[in-house]
Design a protein around this ligand. Structure first.
Ligand SMILES: [Fe+2]
Ligand SMILES: [Fe+2]
Length: 192
């Protein structure tokens, strides 16, 4: 059943997203499958969430806002300005509508891959992290993050949050409170 769904999603994506985005997506799938096996999460759920996580990544501000209107969702003040953060939420809504995905954990993993949030599930952490460490990524610190991801999921997610926060501040963009709250929570948890 899920294999058929996975094939359908792949065919759909090949038509709808750019080659570059598809390559990144397949990198995220590979990493998510590895992490799911390592940390004992559902591999098929990881595959589905990874496949759909960036479906709305290249949507324009207008497209994102028109989907938000269509699905009747409230856009928070940060996302009104940092509209690119909305692509997770919109992708989750489209995943539910187009592929009839009802599994809340998959939908949340898609939605929160842009900001993270407090109390992330294992699958949410795996997708968030895979987005940063997939094999196509190349930035200072990525190898360190890959190493930590192989040892400790929570420490890796903390490092990914820290990297994101430093980066967002360095380019003078708005930091979403979900990211800050998630980072503080995981830091306190690790220190306990
Ligand atoms: Fe994304
Ligand atoms: Fe991504």
């Amino acid at each position: 059943m899920n294999n058929k769904l996975i094939r359908e999603i792949k065919t759909f994506l090949k038509e709808k997203i750019s080659h570059k985005r598809y390559e990144h997506t397949m990198g995220v799938v590979k990493s998510a499958v590895n992490l799911a096996q390592k940390y004992d999460a559902n591999v098929e759920d990881a595959k589905i969430a990874a496949l759909l996580h960036d479906y709305a990544k290249d949507f324009s501000r207008e497209e994102l806002f028109s989907y938000a209107k269509k699905y009747d969702i409230v856009i928070d003040d940060i996302m009104k300005i940092a509209h690119e953060l909305l692509h997770g939420k919109i992708a989750a809504l489209i995943a539910e509508e187009k592929f009839n995905i009802k599994n809340k954990d998959i939908l949340n993993a898609i939605e929160y891959h842009t900001t993270g949030r407090v109390n992330m599930s294992k699958l949410e952490k795996i997708i968030y992290l895979s987005d940063f460490i997939e094999e196509g990524r190349d930035y200072p610190g990525v190898d360190d993050l890959r190493k930590i991801a192989n040892i400790d999921l929570d420490r890796a997610i903390l490092q990914a949050f820290d990297n994101t926060i430093v980066y967002v501040l360095s380019i003078g963009k708005l930091l979403h409170p979900n990211t800050l709250n998630a980072r503080n929570q995981i830091l306190l948890y690790i220190k306990e």
